[in-house]
Ligand binder design. Sequence first.
Ligand code: URA
Length: 219
Amino acid sequence: MARAKRERPSLMDAEGTMAVMQIPGHDHQKPREVTLEEIRAVLGDCQLCPLGQTRTNLVFGVGNPHARVMFIGEGPGRNEDLQGEPFVGAAGQKLNSLLGLAGLRREDIYIANVIKCRPPSNRNPQPDEITACSPFLREQIRSIWPDVIVCLGNFATQFVLRTEMGVTKLRGQLYQTGHFTVMPTFHPAATIYHSDWLPLLENDMRMLGQWLADHPVQE
Ligand code: URA
C-alpha cells in the first residue's frame, strides 16, 4: 500500500503564511508582539519529543531580541547541551570568527536552532522532533521579525526555504520568502571537516554584509 506523504515542517505553508501557536494572553499574535520570554515560558520543561528525556538543558536561543539578522543552526551539540546556550563550542567559535566579514558582532545577532534539545551522540534531528519543535522556532522568528535569516546547513535551509534541495546547491545567493531575506550557507562545523567550503562560507558572509550595507535600517 502506498504511504501518504508526510507534510514536511517548514517556516511557511504553501500559501506563504506562518502557522501561529497559541501563546497565553495573545489572540493570533502579530510580528514583534510576543516576547521571547513568553515563548520560553510556553516551552517550560518541554517533553513534546523523546529528546526531553535525554537533554541536560533545553537550548532556547540567545542574542539581540531586535536583531536584523537571525542565524538558525541545526541543534545543540554537547557543549550547548551542557551550557544551555547555542553555538558555544567549536562551531560557535568558528561562527564568531566569521561574523566580522558581514560587519556583525555576536551581540548584534540572535541565534537559535531548528531543534532545542541535543540528539544523543549528535545524530541528525528526526522529522518528528522537528515537527514537535518547529512551532517554537516560528514564534521566535515572529517575535524577532528579522530582515535576514541565515540558515546554517541543510536542516535550517530546508525548514526555512521549504525545499528538499541541499545547501551546496542553494548557497551563494539570497532568497525572499515573505518578509524575510534568506541566506542559506554551510554550517560552520562542516567547514572544520571540509576546509574547501570555508572560503565559500566566507564569501556568503561578505554577501550578507553587502546586503546589509545596501539596505540600511529605515527610521
Ligand atoms: N551546531 C548547531 O547547529 N547548533 C549549535 O547550537 C551548536 C552546534
